[in-house]
Structures are given as C-alpha cells and as structure tokens.
Unconditional design. Structure first.
Length: 133
C-alpha cells in the first residue's frame, strides 16, 4: 500500500506548535508546510495533535507526495493522534493542516519528518511553514 496510519512511538526531528485562525461559513483556515526529503528517505511521517477543548473539533492533516498521491488523517480532541505514514522516497512533499470553519482560534502541534528504512529521522530540519492562517 501507498501509506498506512499507525500510532507507534517514533522520534521526530521537526516540530511546530502553531494555531489556525478563526474561520467562518465560507472559509476553513489552512496552514501549509513544505518538507524536502533527502536521498535515502524511505517514508514520510506526520503526526498532528489537536489539544482543543471540544471533542467535536476536528483537524485534518494531509500529505501530498512529489507524484501527486495523498494521504490524510483526522485528529480529534482527546484521542491519540494517528501518524500518517507515506511510503516514498526523496523529494518535495506538501503538508496541509486545516479545520472546520469554527469561529475560534485553534492551537495544534505537528511533528513531521523524513525517515530512512530503519525508521530513523533525517538529521536537521527538512521542513518550513509556507502559509500561516
């Protein structure tokens, strides 16, 4: 399969603590991250944690690989976040985080990184936030 969702503990090198702004009925705030994986990458892993106060509040993380394939996971308040595992190699990946159009600001944290075949994260920072809403 292209990808799987797992909850196994792994060590990430890239971490961001951020928030999505308030939305409305016509707008769902979205943050975008770029992830550039080096040669030797076997998978990309992304975990989104949603610490918000409402168990109805959902955030979605989506990973787009260099060939256009995608995988996504929903992170809900109070539930251990799944990890999006995307089996793929070196290249540029796009990671988006969005939420429903709730009228309040929503904090989150995201771990994302490139991993080799031994599930060891690439050293250094491979990611950068490209859009902050």
């Amino acid at each position: 399969p292209i990808s799987t969702l797992v909850n196994s503990p792994i060590i990430f090198a890239d971490f961001y603590s951020d928030s999505l702004g308030a939305g409305n009925v016509n707008f769902e705030p979205t943050d975008i991250y770029g992830l550039t994986c080096p040669i030797g990458t076997a998978s990309v892993r992304v975990r989104l944690t949603n610490p918000n106060g409402s168990n109805a509040d959902k955030m979605i993380v989506k990973v787009l690989d260099p060939t256009g394939r995608t995988n996504a996971a929903i992170s809900q308040e109070g539930i251990a976040p799944p990890t999006v595992v995307f089996n793929g190699g070196a290249g540029n990946y796009l990671v988006t985080v969005n939420k429903s159009q709730t009228f309040t600001v929503a904090p989150y944290s995201i771990n994302l990184d490139c991993f080799n075949s031994s599930v060891v994260a690439a050293t250094g920072v491979q990611s950068a936030r490209a859009q902050n809403q």
